[in-house]
Design a protein around this ligand. Sequence first.
Ligand code: GEM
Ligand code: ZN
Length: 375
Amino acid sequence: MKISSNFDSGNIIVVKDQQPNDIELQIRQDNESDFYQWFHFKLDSTPFVEHNITLSNLAKSAYPDGWKGYQAVASYDRQEWFRVDSEFDGDNLLISHTPEYCVTYYAYFAPYSYERHLDLLSSAQVSFDCELQHLGETLDGRDFSMLRVGQPEEGKKVIWVTARQHPGETMAEWLIEGFLERLLDEDDGVARNLLDKAVFYVVPNMNPDGSVRGHLRTNACGANLNREWQAPTMERSPEVYLVMQEMQETGVDMFLDVHGDEALPYNFVAGSEGNPRYNDRINQLENKFKDAFMLVTPEFQDEFGYDKDAPGEGNMTVATNAVGEMYDCLSYTLEMPFKDNALLPDPAYGWSPARCKQLGEDVLVAIHAVVDDLR
Ligand code: GEM
Ligand code: ZN
């Protein structure tokens, strides 16, 4: 039996691996950080034998409540990721699984590889009206890339979408894949009408280094990018610095920052109500966006989510708050679950890449509902 993780977004520490029914593993912390929760490893073993895999020391993980009711994902072909029986006892997650093949991959959520990221960028650029732009480089020396969809013309609204500031939240890039497939579909009326009215700047992966390193929440030097939007630097948070620099060139009429949430089994948004400049116009845009989003899909809801920030109490290092304040614009964090949507559960797959992609298509309708009202 062999357990390994030396591959794109791999993360595991082997504690015990002598007996299939008594495997103990732990999760490595993000580099220069205390955060840990993302795991991704390969088991090479005898099929049709029950394997008991204990992930230990989870009480001190980034979001311990994320393990309550959580089911790990597994795959034989690295395409289909299904849920496997997992039980949390407050500190250990016991994964009980009888593999049907010699090699099984396990992960916290369906991985989104760097190669798939490069494929996403390149397939988008060959589409009509899309340009792949190089904003700079990350600390590990990877290209930091953005897609411009539509033509920047006088009178058009400017809509920015960022995803995967937190690299372990791979659902964010799965959503962008669906979002772009529809936005670039020349036969789709919503997409075509949107591109008549707006230009989109899309960063499918804000944190390529953390993604490849198998981090949950930080970049190569341990920076939580979603706490760097007040004073980013090229030395610590070049990913945020480069996006904010580009935003100064383009302006921003709407901002969407896509994430995943470890604990809450719902899709929801978090706004910028705690901003000093938050106002009734923004509040009305938020309500119109949410109403449209709920109309287009029951996968989205507005009952469960983060507590609202008190007026003037917003954390201005957070992207949604910093951009909303700077540009006086509609600015949302969009959250998807690592677990499942409790309102529409799927025991076999839970929240999944396919549902992420569909939500990415659906959110375009919500943007279409407000595009004329953006200033
Ligand atoms: C969250 S967003 C920050 C909290 N926002 C509000 N409005 N309470 C983060 O960065 O902690 C996004 C995430 O990590 O998924
Ligand atoms: Zn996040």
